[in-house]
Design a protein around this ligand. Structure first.
Ligand code: SF4
Length: 354
């Protein structure tokens, strides 16, 4: 690892660039720790452009921690519908409840206390503390690791969790004690807009301090070993309606993948049986008029669903499979659904069915 020699000049260059060039994002116009917490949770694994409308709608519906603490699960998941990683929403609510119950509604201002809250890891803790309270604390995410690995020629593998500690230490050494909020956000902004996987070094405000740039090695960093191969699972989903124009859905279990969200009947195609055989085996019903709707891939962090979806009718004689209910289209609309189900439902609404 190399060092940055002129730390004060480095900070000044980063901060003046940040103040000049920062994007105008809704969570940058507030120092409310709850709002910043919400934005940081939403931004994990999700792009800024996607987050903006979700953030605005969420804050409009849950303007205070008390309103989020008392919200019911369906309303909460509906606000998160389509954003993915739904456990984030549940953890956020659980953390907010702890603040309301144990801290008199004030988000704690020390790393020790804030880190005890559900769902608040080292990054979120540092982001809320530095941005909302001006506490000089590190907030190291993937973007910051990419920037720092290049600035300091850090060659440790960032795919290994303990490597993050190295970056937390170097950020604490460099952080601007007067304005840790702008320093942390400056590093994040640099990683998001300039020091991207294909870095735009000619536009970089801290190029003079960058060891990787001077050695022409910026594209080699960060070192990141490849993930294990993604498991691909073929899945069929059936949008089943009855003679009254109602649709068959069930709620997924309260734990695990897409917990608590609503779905059409779905089966994993792991053997050679025909679709009608599998449907009968799993749900005990005969489906009629099977028509293709959409074929697409849905990628989770560890698996990919290769989804084929069908429109189908249930025969009048079959009883409703266990765990399912029929819903009117208005009710389907109001249920929180995961992205694959939303896609199928949107296609049905558009009437684009062969
Ligand atoms: Fe990243 Fe290039 Fe700037 Fe170095 S000079 S920090 S590699 S953008």
């Amino acid at each position: 690892m190399q060092i940055i020699k002129k730390k004060d000049e480095f900070r000044a260059s980063l901060l003046s660039w940040y103040h000049r060039e920062k994007r105008d994002l809704p969570w940058r116009n507030t120092s409310n720790p709850y709002y910043i917490w919400v934005s940081e949770v939403m931004l994990q694994q999700t792009r800024v452009d996607t987050v903006i409308p979700y953030y605005e709608r969420f804050i409009e519906n849950f303007p205070t921690m008390e309103t989020l603490a008392t919200a019911n699960e369906n309303d909460l998941l509906k606000m998160w519908e389509g954003l993915g990683y739904y456990s984030r929403a549940r953890n956020l609510q659980a953390g907010v409840r702890e603040v309301v119950e144990n801290y008199g509604g004030e988000v704690p201002a020390t790393r020790k206390e804030i880190s005890t809250l559900k769902g608040v890891g080292p990054y979120t803790a540092g982001a809320v503390l530095s941005i909302a309270y001006g506490v000089p604390e590190h907030a190291v995410d993937g973007n910051v690791m990419r920037v720092m690995s290049r600035l300091l020629l850090i060659e440790d593998d960032i795919a290994i969790p303990r490597t993050k500690k190295i970056f937390e230490v170097v950020v604490m050494d460099l952080i601007d004690k007067e304005d840790p909020s702008s320093f942390n956000q400056g590093l994040m902004e640099l990683g998001a807009t300039i020091c991207t996987p294909k870095p735009k070094c000619l536009l970089c405000p801290v190029r003079d301090f960058c060891n990787a740039f001077h050695e022409g090695r910026q594209e080699e960093l960060p070192v990141k070993t490849k993930k294990t191969k993604m498991k691909v699972i073929p899945v069929a989903s059936f949008a089943v309606h009855n003679a009254h124009g109602e649709w068959l859905l069930r709620q997924r279990p309260s734990k695990g993948l897409l917990a608590g969200l609503w779905e059409f009947p779905m089966i994993e195609l792991v053997d050679d049986k025909t679709l009608p055989e599998k449907v009968h085996e799993q749900f005990g019903v005969e489906l009629q008029g099977l028509t293709d709707i959409l074929t697409f891939k849905h990628i989770f962090s560890h698996i990919t669903w290769e989804m084929t979806s069908y429109l189908a009718r249930m025969t009048g004689t079959d009883s409703i499979p266990q765990g399912f209910q029929f819903f009117t289209p208005e009710e389907v609309e109001s249920l929180p659904k995961p992205v694959p189900v939303l896609k199928i439902w949107e296609e049905i609404k558009r009437g684009r069915i062969d």
